[in-house]
Design a protein around this ligand. Structure first.
Ligand code: IMP
Ligand code: MG
Length: 169
């Protein structure tokens, strides 16, 4: 694996995003919604940087097989709270084609939240098929397959501390 982003740089960037969120959501009570499974580690570290009253929930989504986006998005685990009139921050590990986040935004809108912002750790800008509004982006990366820090290849490598590029051998 070639390292793309080191643990220390991830931590530093998350602190910066946390500061932005604390300013943007001053006097608010946002809900961080982590997109499972990939975003669990990012959400945990981001949550520690937030000092406004915050709640969390998770949405289980399945959209990938191997390193190719199937384009078919499926909810495997739904929210456990009512998000009507709430300020939502969707927390994603990576936005690639944009299909997943587009599907999730459309789905969540039907539940009438007050606002929806998207916070993604990684952004593969050049891979975009569907335009999606991103409010907070950790790092823009090229069109490689990233693993580690929650991101998987076939459910492996989520435990790695650094983010790397998966090389199929
Ligand atoms: P999209 O629907 O094409 O934007 O893909 C988004 C989802 O696919 C993310 O939530 C990830 O779970 C997964 N994904 C996309 N690119 C990568 C990658 O480089 N490594 C690991 N997972 C990825
Ligand atoms: Mg994901």
């Amino acid at each position: 694996m070639n390292i793309l982003i080191k643990e220390d740089d991830i931590k530093k960037r998350i602190k910066e995003i946390g500061r932005e969120i604390n300013i943007d959501y001053k006097n608010k009570n946002p809900v961080l919604i982590g997109v499972l499974k990939g975003a669990f580690m990012f959400l945990a570290d981001l949550l520690k940087e937030i000092d406004v009253p915050v709640e969390i929930d998770f949405l289980g989504i399945s959209s990938y097989t191997g390193t190719q986006s199937s384009g078919v998005v499926r909810i495997t685990q739904d929210l456990s709270i009512n998000i009507e009139d709430r300020d939502i921050i969707l927390v994603e590990d990576i936005v690639d084609s944009g299909r997943t986040i587009d599907y999730i935004i459309k789905n969540l809108r039907t539940r009438n939240p007050r606002s929806i912002a998207v916070c993604t750790l990684l952004n593969k800008k050049d891979a975009r098929v569907v335009e999606v509004p991103l409010t907070y982006v950790g790092f823009n990366i090229p069109r490689v397959f990233a693993i580690g820090y929650g991101l998987d290849y076939e459910n492996k490598f989520r435990n790695l501390r650094n983010i790397g590029v998966y090389n199929a051998q």
